[in-house]
Structures are given as C-alpha cells and as structure tokens.
Write a protein that binds this ligand. Structure first.
Ligand code: NAD
Length: 498
C-alpha cells in the first residue's frame, strides 16, 4: 500500500495531521493507498507558500505563462498511459474512458494557452478633453479549487488551467477518492517550468475544505461536487467575501419525440446512461419518450441492450463500464433500485445480481432499467449516480418539456427528433444550461462555457471558455489625463461627458 502526499512548494510533502483515508481500488475492493487528510495548519502552510510565489508569477508576461501550459500539454501526452492507468485503478472507470477524462481536461488547457489574448483590455482615446481610458484584467492572487471523484483529470484541469494562465497561484483540493492523477499533474507542471508554489495540491476532507473557505488570503473558490456541498461551499465562501462558483448535481433528461431515429436514440441512451457506470454529471438518467407508441418501442429495444452491457474490471479495454467508485456508492445505488420497486416503478432490467468472476470484492452493478417511473417518485427526483436509467412516459411534447423545467436540477438535457421546429422550440424554452439536439451528452467544447441552471449551479460565471478568464481575473479601469491636456480648473460636481 502506497502512502500518498500533499504537493506544496514544488515537492511532495508527507501528511502531518495523523489522519488518513483509505484509497480503494474499486475493481478489486482492495485498499491500495493511504491518503493524508490535511489539518487547518497544513492548509495554511500551503496558502502561505502560494502567497509568497504568486506576485512574481502574476508579473510574468502572459506569453511566458502560456508556454508553461503548452509544455504541460506535451508532457501529459507523453505520460498519458500512466495517468490513464492510475485513474482507472483509483476511480474504477475503464482505460478508454480515463483517456477521455484526460483529453477533455487537456482541451481546456489548450484553450488557456490563448489567455494572453483573452486577458487583453480595451482602450478609448479621447474619451473626454485630453482623456484616455483603458481597462485591464489582473489576477486575483491565491485561488482554490475543490473537485469531485468522478473526473479526477478533467475537472482539476478545468480549474487550474485558466487560473494559472491568468497569473494566479492555485491550491487544488481533489476528491480524497482519487488523488494520484492530480499529484501527477502537479509534478508535470514543475517539469513544464511552473515556479514552485503556483500549483499546490492539498489532500483532505471537510476540515481542509472549511480551512480553504475561511482563509482570508484565498480570493476565489471553484467547486464541483454534489448539490448539498456546492450550496454549502457557496454560502460559506461568499459569506467570507470570496468569489465562488459551485457546480452541483444533476438529473439529465432525454426527450424522445415520436419522429426520432430509434436506432440512433437507443445507441445514444445506452452510452450516455451507462457509460462510466452512470457516474457522470452529464449522464442521461431519465428517458422521456413522447407518446405510448414511442415509449413501448423504446423500452422494447432498450431491454436487450441493457441486458447485454459488458461490465468489466477497469483494465479490460473492451468493457462498456467498470465498477462504481466505493462500496458505499454501490450500496447507495442498489438502495435506490430497491426503493424504485417499492415506489411502484417497473424494474424492466435488474442488474443487482451481477457478479464479476475473479473480482468478487469489486463494486460492480449490472445495468438497471426502470419503466413507468412517475415524477412523484424519489428515484425520479433524486440523483442516483449509477447505471440506472428511468423511463418516464409523457403524453405529449408539452408534458415532456414541463418535466425538464419542473425538475430541481438543470445541468444537461437532450432532445432526439427529426423536427427542426420542435428542436428549436425546446432549445429556447427549456430551463437547463446545456442542451443537446440529437447529442446525448452536450458537454460544450473548451472555448464555450460549461454550467448548469437551477440547483445544478451556484454563482454567476461558468467553467472554461471566456467565463473562466473572467472568473479568475478582476477588471481595472484607468482614466488618464496628462498635464498637457485641457486645463479646466477645479470641478466640484461629478465629472460628465459634456
Ligand atoms: P462530493 O460533493 O461528495 O465531493 C466533492 C468535493 O467536496 C470533494 O473534494 C470532497 O472532499 C468535498 N466534500 C465532501 N463532503 C464535504 C463536506 N461535508 N464539507 C466540505 N467538503 C466536502 O461529490 P462527489 O461524490 O465527489 O462527486 C459526485 C457529485 O459531483 C455528483 O453529484 C455529480 O453530479 C457532481 N458533479 C457535478 C459536475 C458539474 O459540473 N455540475 C461535474 C462533475 C460532478
């Protein structure tokens, strides 16, 4: 068993609190690492280290900062196999899926290489008599990110990429379930030429998170995780005067119109509902066929596909998905399947009996499919975060749209149809942040922004794309007049542009 570390000031630092979390390998159920859980004192030491390093990095010209990120992109490509394997072992997702996790993160770092352009301000010559005005963007200082278990590569990169490109020092508190990829990224950033202290990784649980939220020297917090914790982080962080963006849970619907291409729809639902064992904030967890005929056809076609899903250990590159992340997650998801039966839904495919030969202690669950789910059921209202798809039958388009709009979450949604009018109307009226038209997982590409609505997001600015540059910088506006400008004498009323 390996004892992991924090990463502070450009080097690995052993945990000093005496508290550790067991790091499990979901495919076998074995404990493979010990993860140190930082105390307030250790968090403060990381903040002080970043505080000392940030001014020089903030003053480094943006092109040079971008070059470090360019080098980092190359180094991640060089070590891709090693990083993907470590993610598969600690998270449980398959290696091809782990590669996707890395790639979606790298695409955002590539976008951040354009930060010198994106940080440019504006200039107006002659805004008044002898007056010029310009605006500029400056880094915030020391900022922190708190990230979830389900994308141990992508989400940390979505946070530290733009923050560092903009000249901030970044403290990452990754999920305690899978910390090795973030630690590898910190090492690679050093190799790419990042000065020590600009990317510190502090491992921990609530104690470390609270210490970051309360620390007066941290200017902004980017959080991703479940809604209850997102709301808590947002409230406590903003009460402490910080800028906070906190992304939470999801229940993503896919509306299937009667004219949808059924082959395409079923393929999309199988991938988006069960890929990564459903542990994605953009997974489709609710299918909403419109009309009984569409619903009957959909369920008839889905059943054999769900039964045929290939579940395997994370190292099996031909598996559709691997184990869930922890024994607790497995128990929670199974509990929801039991609950759905009690609530009166029809369990059309029951994956609870699935056993992985040779990996009996791993956290595996076969694909589960519920039909006849209704909107009052907890299995509809709550995020399950597992390989469980619920079919909610809607009488017509308006009823399907209302389901999406009335749900407390609003992260992603999709509509499958051949009707351009319906798709257009849906995109305009649905109260959800990211919409797919015949695209089941509409995660925007790096140069657009990512973020949900309603209780899937607390804060104003989204992740990646132009919003990320705004989030990690503050604007300054300079109004100047030189002595040679017009002399107007003392002025006692508010200056205006006459
Ligand atoms: P989580 O909320 O349990 O943990 C997220 C982070 O918060 C971790 O770093 C964890 O250590 C910390 N944390 C946990 N409990 C805490 C507490 N009581 N006080 C302070 N900090 C605490 O989430 P998770 O299980 O790691 O991730 C899955 C969740 O993340 C799902 O709800 C999923 O939908 C969501 N998610 C959302 C997005 C998005 O962009 N909206 C993306 C990925 C995942």
């Amino acid at each position: 068993m390996r004892e992991l570390t924090h990463f502070i000031g450009g080097r690995h630092v052993k945990g000093a609190s005496g508290r550790f979390a067991d790091g499990f390998q979901p495919m076998t159920g074995e404990v493979i690492t010990r993860v140190p859980l930082a105390s307030k004192v250790e968090v403060r030491a990381a903040v002080q280290n970043s505080l000392a390093a940030q001014p020089a990095w903030g003053a480094t010209n943006p092109q040079r900062r971008a070059r470090v990120l360019m080098k980092f992109v190359d180094l991640v490509a060089r070590d891709n196999d090693k990083i993907a394997e470590v993610i598969a072992r600690e998270h449980g997702k398959t290696i091809p899926d782990a590669r996707g996790d890395i790639q979606r993160g790298i695409e955002v770092v590539e976008f951040c290489v354009g930060a010198p352009h994106l940080m440019k301000g504006e200039y107006t010559v002659g805004a008044g008599p002898g007056i010029d005005i310009y605006s500029l963007r400056q880094p915030l200082g020391v900022v922190a990110g708190i990230t979830p278990f389900n994308f141990p590569a992508m989400i940390p990169m979505w946070k530290f990429g733009p923050a560092i490109a903009c000249g901030n020092a970044f403290i990452l508190k990754p999920s305690e379930r899978d910390v090795s990829a973030p630690l590898l990224f910190a090492e690679l950033m050093m190799e790419a030429g990042l000065p020590p202290g600009i990317l510190n990784v502090i491992n921990g649980d609530k104690e470390a998170v609270d210490a970051l939220l309360d620390d007066p020297d941290i200017q902004a917090i980017g959080f991703v995780g479940s809604t209850a914790i997102a709301e808590y982080v947002y409230s406590r962080g903003t009460a402490a005067g910080k800028r906070v963006q906190a992304f939470g849970g999801a229940k993503n619907h896919m509306v299937i119109m009667p004219d949808a291409d059924m082959d395409q729809t079923v393929d999309a639902l199988i991938g988006a509902g069960y890929g990564s064992a459903g542990e994605r904030c953009m997974a489709i967890s609710v299918a909403v066929p419109v009309g009984e005929k569409t619903a009957d056809e959909l369920v008839k076609r889905l059943i054999p596909r769900v039964e045929a899903l290939k579940i395997g250990p994370s190292t099996d590159t031909s598996a559709d998905y691997g184990p869930l992340v922890t024994a607790q997650a497995l128990e929670r998801v199974r509990g929801y399947v039991d609950l759905g039966i009690k609530e009166g839904a029809t369990l059309a495919v029951d994956g609870r009996g699935f056993k992985m030969q040779g990996y009996e202690n791993g956290y595996y669950l076969g694909g589960c499919l519920f039909d006849n789910v209704t909107k009052d059921m907890r299995i509809y209202k709550e995020e399950i975060f597992g390989p469980v798809l619920a079919v909610v039958r809607a009488k017509n388009y308006e009823e399907a749209l209302a389901l999406c709009n009335d749900h407390e979450y609003g992260n992603g949604v999709a509509i499958f149809t051949r009707d351009g009018d319906a798709a257009r109307d849906f995109a305009a009226r649905v109260q959800v942040g990211m919409i797919g038209v015949n695209v089941p997982i509409p995660v925007p590409i790096a140069y657009y922004t990512f973020g949900g609505w309603k209780r899937s997001m607390f804060g104003d600015l989204n992740q990646h794309g132009p919003d990320s540059i705004r989030f990690y910088t503050k604007t300054k506006t300079v109004t100047s007049r030189w002595p040679s400008g017009t002399k107007e004498g003392a002025e006692f009323s508010i200056p205006t542009m006459r």
